[in-house]
Write a protein that binds this ligand. Structure first.
Ligand SMILES: O=C(O)CCC(=O)C(=O)O
Ligand SMILES: [Fe+2]
Length: 334
């Protein structure tokens, strides 16, 4: 384990106004962090928020998580969805310490209420309020990051507009218990990169580790302040950026003797992930139309536009030969 630090970018400034020098330097910092590490820690309060409101959000969301996981397993298993990976995970032989539930559209009061009504037949107003408030701040951060990324690559503004329209957010709650015996594995989640565009995480105690960019070591994400979020690039964003941004490989190792909770908001495009034409070209050998594009962007495309839920379904159904390279199998340009 190395103690290499994860970049920190302050996006909380009241001066973070589009086009100002603060904005331009945030653009540079975010892009550099995403290209080199696939992640960064964002300091962010949300519009109108401050450090006391973020402490409140932090306490409330983990209180909500505690309440959710204290429900009987049969109740939690009622968290089903027609969308792949938007449902209950638990009782896994591979990761027995781990349990997780997903709230689809967690910034919407209607959708969050319908999740809560399944868990608590009489409803649970405080759970809904905490989930919606936390998700709204996190989604605002997600959109700020995507806007910064689009601008910093100089891609057509339509890509950002499309993201605002098409991003389907899902909020996942996780609980990891402590291994019962010294011999039991302490792996909460094995090494993986998310298949989302962006995932934003908050943890109650340490446990999350990030793969160092240039070697095989892991960097521990230390305890986070209530105003900091870990922003990670998913495989879909890697494809979107034509490989400029690396998706963030991460794992969870239960090193503390205490139950760990985490909450993560991920974005999945409801429809096609369009790869900006500014970020590459299809060479004559891989272009269906036989057209040779301008080569000014210098990088042949590695993926074609793809349906994001189609990719998730491809993995869930077992069609993908290998989880890690699924995106290449699904829409890669050979
Ligand atoms: O619990 C965590 O910190 C990580 C969760 C995770 O990897 C995920 O949501 O994909
Ligand atoms: Fe993950």
């Amino acid at each position: 384990m190395v103690t290499e630090t994860i970049p920190v970018v302050d996006l909380s400034s009241k001066n973070l106004i589009h086009g100002t020098p603060t904005w331009v330097s945030a653009c540079n910092d975010v892009r550099k962090a995403m290209e080199q590490h696939g992640c960064f820690k964002a300091i962010f309060y949300g519009g109108g928020g401050d450090s006391s409101s973020s402490t409140q959000l932090h306490n409330d969301i983990f209180a909500a998580a505690g309440e959710l996981f204290s429900l009987p397993t049969e109740t939690k298993q009622r968290n089903t969805s027609s969308k792949p990976y938007f449902d209950y995970f638990g009782q896994s032989q591979l990761f027995p310490l781990t349990e997780s539930l997903a709230v689809d559209h967690p910034t919407s009061s209607l959708a969050t209420r319908s999740f809560a009504d399944v868990m608590w037949p009489a409803g649970n107003l405080s759970f809904c309020e905490s989930t919606i408030s936390f998700s709204k701040v996190t989604a605002e951060l997600d959109q700020t990051v995507m806007r910064i990324i689009c601008e910093s690559y100089g891609v057509d503004g339509g890509h950002y507009e499309y993201y605002l329209e098409a991003a389907n957010y899902v909020l996942r709650f996780y609980r990891y218990t402590v291994p019962k015996t010294a011999g039991e594995s302490n792996v909460g989640l094995g090494a993986h990169a998310d298949k989302s565009m962006i995932s934003i995480l908050r943890q109650s105690i340490r446990g999350l580790q990030i793969k160092a960019p240039d070697d095989d070591s892991w960097v521990e994400v230390d305890e986070m302040s209530p105003s900091s979020f870990l922003v990670m690039a998913g495989d879909a964003l890697m494809a979107w950026s034509n490989g400029r941004i690396k998706s963030c490989r991460h794992q969870v190792i239960m090193s503390e003797k205490e139950t760990r909770y985490s909450v993560g908001l991920s974005s999945v495009i409801n429809g096609v992930v369009h790869i900006p034409t500014e970020l590459g070209y299809y060479s004559s050998s891989n272009d269906d139309d036989g057209e040779v594009e301008e080569e000014e962007s210098g990088k042949p495309f590695r993926c074609r536009a793809f349906d994001h839920f189609g990719l998730l379904q491809f993995i869930r159904s077992g069609e993908a030969k290998n989880y890690d390279s699924a995106i290449q199998d699904y829409c890669g340009v050979v």
